[in-house]
Design a protein around this ligand. Sequence first.
Ligand code: ARG
Length: 464
Amino acid sequence: MAQLWGGRFTKETDKLVYAFNASIGFDQKFFHEDVTGSRAHVKMLSKQGILTEEERDAILKGLDSIEKDVDEGKLEITDEYEDIHSFVEANLIDRIGAAGKKLHTGRSRNDQVALDMRLYTRAQVQEVDALLKHFLETILKVMEENKDTYMPGFTHLQKAQPITLAHHFGAYFEMFKRDRLRLNDIHERMNYCPLGSGALAGTTYPLDREYVAEELDFYGPTANSMDGVSDRDYLIEFLSALSIIMMHLSRFSEEVIIWNSNEYGFVEIDDAYSTGSSIMPQKKNPDIAELVRGKTGRVYGALTSLLTTMKGIPLAYNKDMQEDKELSFDAIDTVKGCIALFDGMIATMKFNKKVMAESAMKGFTNATDAADYLVNKGVPFRDAHGIIGRIVVSCIEKGISIDEMSLSELKEFAPEFENDIYEAISLETCVNKRLTTGAPGLEAIEEEIEACKEYLITYKEIGL
Ligand code: ARG
């Protein structure tokens, strides 16, 4: 048991207590961030005359060698140490002796862990953003290739009006675009450096917090040392953004599962992204989409857990906060995996354009347009709605669609019908006449696609 705080104690820590208290099993995830933070701290200490240049150089060299050995697998991070901070410090002292004991001058593990977690999270925010960017490129490609791939649009999972695949994917483009904006907001708010907050009340050493903040690419130091050590808002915001990303992915998964079902047959998931059944040889299951949908719960769980952990904590640091790590790490890894896999699944998915168009032609998706046709011929909309409703009932009885009804039959319902009705309610017309901004009509979707392209080119990635 290697502990940093033995002096005050006369008895060994109980073994179970040691294991219960230790965080090395998971905080080794930010080993690199811990070393990076220590480098900035020690440079500042010598700049301020708190350590000599020789001490600084010895510590920097020691940190380099520890990092190298861990990276090369020559030095193992074991649970002999309480946490990653103790691991680094103990090994430093081992390697360079007395100077190593000065690294922690003017620092507490409270502001140290606050920094490490923030550095780690900041990098993860950027990684998730980059994955989303790539995913948006995949979505855009599908949009560009499917401007005239007709399909039914649904409300209540009932066929509603015809749309195109490009239009449908465009909705997801907007969702993931907003997710990136959320990540950017989080980055802007979180990008302040807590190091120098000390245990809670700053320190009597003349630290230069602005220098450390700049060294570590922060906008500046955090404003209040009590808040600096005990703020986990940024992590809660990140988990919240990740939960929303998963909610979007889960909705998308649900659609892929439905579209891939035998009944719909709109899409076929690539062999590389589906799985079989151990007993039913005919099966090709959408497991990836189902898992993404399933894992959404676990990411929500991490958010709920941290909100609950934080809600009763008095200022400033309390050990409860150690619980911010495991579930967050799990949620971050989960979301990154889900975006990457979903991206690959969409990029390789086959769209059965014919099946989609046929489906759009059935189910009276052109009923609104038929009513609008009558309105254009002078029938009040409410009357037109009633007339088309009665035509639909008659079509259902006969097992046909509106365009399969003869003109004389149509005229029995309303004398205003003329030969041009067939053109007016064709799939192409129904879609392409919808030209309001954001609608599926060809010119409208082309404008939307242009805007998406422009966004991908001009939108600044986080940290760049
Ligand atoms: N492992 C601790 C955590 O994750 C590090 C901070 C320890 N600070 C303390 N006062 N015990 O929060």
